[in-house]
Design a protein around this ligand. Structure first.
Ligand SMILES: Cc1cc2nc3c(=O)[nH]c(=O)nc-3n(C[C@H](O)[C@H](O)[C@H](O)COP(=O)(O)OP(=O)(O)OC[C@H]3O[C@@H](n4cnc5c(N)ncnc54)[C@H](O)[C@@H]3O)c2cc1C
Length: 285
């Protein structure tokens, strides 16, 4: 699914989306990572975690598919402390992210945000990894993971590698959230605009302040704000508006304009307003 609204060429009407259009399926249920990787190498094979996106896509029809259901893979549902930070298993649902005691203690802003996304059914079914890998600009995962500069743990062939949040490869096994960051997220102008902020400090001074924007761009864009370095909490609060405006002024032009989207000028101003709110919130924490 690419997030655009598809219309049939002949009539301009929306295409039929129905269970009846689901193509013939071959369903595979690997129990080990090696098995899953081999299955995903089969022609037309698609990985399925919670299946929210995959099943919605199947209802538009298409060629026969091989679905590789990941749910039976042991060990990828959990959220655990690692040296690299907190690892969120690729099968962890939104609800698990929201309720994880580890995340609530380490990155409370992330856990709290995740308790508010979607609805209760989707939160129990959909995974954070699936939300990112769906690749849709209006979803919350891309800007959030961009602000936190999360890493993906991926299995490619026999190798396990760590890659940036925006460069998944092969089978994703987990998402690493680096330690020591505070996080805040604004989704009040979704789907047009989502803004995330993360700050890393040492002895009360900002080392890195990173902002990320989603919705307006096909891929969320994250950027560090060098102007914030060494500010303390009161400096951060005092300069929140100026920092946010400087960041928004440097944003590239939006490249994602779904129907009914306000213009680029509005987006820049609204990005600055949301970012200022987040910076002030982080300064207050
Ligand atoms: C009514 C509704 C409301 C929603 N509201 C929100 C919202 O407010 N905010 C928001 O952010 N999202 C929202 N969503 C989207 C939702 O978060 C995602 O659909 C869901 O998280 C997808 O996760 P999944 O596990 O079901 O993914 P799946 O459908 O299983 O997979 C999604 C994609 O990722 C691939 N994939 C999945 N896991 C792996 C893996 N481990 N390795 C490699 N590839 C993989 C699949 O092949 C597929 O391409 C909403 C969806 C619905 C239907």
């Amino acid at each position: 699914m690419d997030g655009t609204l598809h219309t049939t060429e002949a009539t301009g009407t929306l295409p039929l989306r129905s269970r009846a259009l689901i193509p013939p399926l071959r369903i595979l249920r690997p129990v080990a990572v090696e098995e899953a990787v081999a299955m995903l190498g089969l022609p037309g094979a698609v990985a399925m975690a919670g299946g929210v996106e995959v099943v919605a896509g199947l209802k538009f029809g298409g060629p026969p598919r091989t679905l590789v259901l990941l749910r039976r893979l042991a060990g990828f549902m959990g959220i655990e402390q690692r040296e690299e930070g907190i690892r969120i298993g690729a099968l962890a649902t939104h609800e698990q992210v929201a309720r994880s005691p580890l995340l609530r203690a380490a990155v409370p802003g992330l856990a709290e945000t995740w308790g508010r996304i979607a609805n209760i059914r989707i939160r129990h079914q959909g995974t954070l990894a699936g939300c990112l890998l769906a690749g849709l600009p209006q979803y919350d995962a891309p800007p959030a993971l961009a602000a936190l500069d999360a890493r993906l743990v991926c299995r490619v062939g026999h190798e396990t590698i760590r890659v940036p949040w925006h460069a998944p490869r092969g089978l994703v096994l987990g998402i690493d959230i680096p330690p020591g960051w505070r996080f805040a997220h604004e989704r009040s102008l979704r789907p047009w605009l989502l803004v995330s902020a993360a700050v890393y400090g040492v002895q009360g001074r900002v080392r890195v302040l990173r902002l990320a924007v989603g919705g307006a761009h096909r891929r969320a864009i994250g950027a560090d704000l060098p102007e914030a370095e060494t500010l303390d909490a009161s400096g951060l609060a005092r300069h929140a508006r100026a920092l946010a405006e400087a960041w928004a002024a440097r944003l590239p032009e939006p490249d994602h304009l779904p129907p009914g989207t306000p213009g680029p000028c509005w987006r820049r101003r609204a990005s600055a307003a949301l970012a200022a709110r987040l910076i002030a919130r982080l300064a207050d924490d």
